[in-house]
Write a protein that binds this ligand. Structure first.
Ligand SMILES: Nc1ncnc2c1ncn2[C@@H]1O[C@H](COP(=O)(O)OP(=O)(O)O)[C@@H](O)[C@H]1O
Ligand SMILES: [Mg+2]
Length: 394
């Protein structure tokens, strides 16, 4: 078979197929810190907001990964089909993410997954529960679990089945504030699967974590990032998908300063218009809402969970640190459930008011997406809206 023969993902797997899961045919660099004075041309950004028709995601099952010496400068190069793999730009739970370029010089981000690690994880069926003290800079920002599929028959036929949920979700998406998937590749002779995505050249919006502080963004920039986040997650929810791992690490910035959400590895897909309640626990502990910080929680609203994590993300962007930060998971959960927010010398009562509505402990009372979007019509929120939600409909 030709090395570049690509089959639409919906055509390849036996039932239950990725196509059936996708529902239905819709579809770091070491974090270069984005300057807090990045220009924000609202009009231009709006023009770019209408996504083009989505190109089908290619599935290439017979990819060839080759290592050779560059004829230009004698350095070692790694190539997967038409993609030349360049420097590492990020680290995922299942492998590295690299910058790559195709034969025309177009740049992409290529996320690698180790098939053997995915299989082990799938077979264990165990929810990884963090215990005891946690090392700074690691687990509080890492998802509690992933849910790759481990059906041996299916994965033998098509190893991409191991990441079928993430692929199916990304296939459905067509929005400027969500990173799009271009191609998925498997080289049957090696351990890796590859996901080729659009490149977000400026990397993560902020590197912040347990005992890891960052420079905060100014008021206007926070407003811009938060608006992009709202637009992306609102679209995601409208497609019946909850992200479940929203945090600065999963918010990337493009060359033209647009924020895009990435990483649908623990996202969950529901019937469109469902209430999206779920009993599953996923996401990164420091970003979990209070209702998930209890041992035996029942079903919780996926929408309200995402909105809480958006609030924690906004807090990070504004202050350069996590709002709830403790050294053991139990203390952290206690703090999320019980502690009031601490604002550093915050004089902006309007911002405090908005944060209070997003980081409302009771999910029933928490502001919803509709509230975030339309609150300009409510006098009480007017000042917030002019600052944070202005032009949201644009
Ligand atoms: N499209 C992209 N453009 C630029 N950097 C990316 C892109 N996708 C991922 N990265 C980098 O790789 C990191 C890990 O990718 P992610 O999809 O979040 O993996 P994981 O699911 O394991 O967390 C991100 O935090 C980011 O730094
Ligand atoms: Mg991630």
């Amino acid at each position: 078979m030709d090395e570049n023969v690509a089959t639409p993902i919906s055509d390849v797997s036996a039932e239950p197929s990725i196509a059936s899961l996708e529902g239905m045919n819709d579809a770091r660099p070491q974090a270069s810190r984005v300057g807090s004075t990045a220009s924000y041309d609202s009009t231009g950004r709006h023009r770019r907001r209408n996504p083009r028709a989505r190109r089908p995601v290619k599935e290439t099952l017979d990819a060839r990964s080759e290592y050779y010496t560059s004829q230009d400068d004698g350095t070692a190069e790694h190539r997967i089909n038409q993609y030349v793999i360049k420097q590492e730009i990020g680290r995922g739970s299942f492998g590295a993410v690299h910058l790559a370029a195709d034969q025309f010089g177009n740049e992409y981000a290529v996320k690698e997954f180790s098939k053997s690690r995915l299989r082990k994880r799938a077979q264990s069926h165990l929810l990884r529960r963090p215990r005891g003290p946690i090392r700074p800079g690691t687990d509080f920002n890492s998802p509690l679990h992933r849910h790759p599929s481990g059906d041996d028959n299916e994965t033998a036929k098509n190893p991409l089945y191991l990441i079928k949920e993430e692929i199916a979700i990304m296939k459905k998406l067509n929005h400027n504030n969500l990173v799009s998937l271009i191609e998925v590749l498997d080289d049957p002779t090696e351990d890796s699967l590859y996901m080729v995505m659009e490149m977000c050249k400026k990397g993560v919006v902020m590197k912040v974590g347990l005992e890891e502080k960052a420079d905060p963004y100014d008021d206007e920039q926070c407003r811009c990032w938060f608006r992009d986040l709202i637009l992306g997650i609102e679209y995601l929810h409208s497609q019946g998908i909850v992200h479940r791992d929203i945090k600065p690490d999963n918010c990337l910035v493009t060359n033209d300063d647009m924020l895009k959400v990435v990483d649908f590895g623990v996202s969950e897909m529901f019937e469109k218009d469902s209430n999206m309640f779920t009993g599953k626990s996923a996401g990164s502990p420091a970003f979990l809402p209070p209702e998930l910080c209890v041992v035996k929680h029942g079903d919780v609203s996926g929408r309200a969970t995402d909105i809480w994590s958006m609030g924690v993300t906004l807090y990070c962007l504004r202050y350069g640190r996590l709002p709830f930060e403790k050294h053991s998971i139990f203390e952290l959960y206690d703090s999320i459930r019980g502690d009031s927010l601490v604002y550093e010398e915050e004089s902006d009562e309007v911002f405090k008011d908005l944060m209070g509505r997003i980081l409302e402990k009771d999910p029933e009372k928490r502001i919803d997406m509709f509230g975030l979007r339309v609150s300009q019509s409510q006098l009480h929120y007017l000042p917030i809206l002019t600052r944070y939600n202005r032009n949201i409909l644009g």
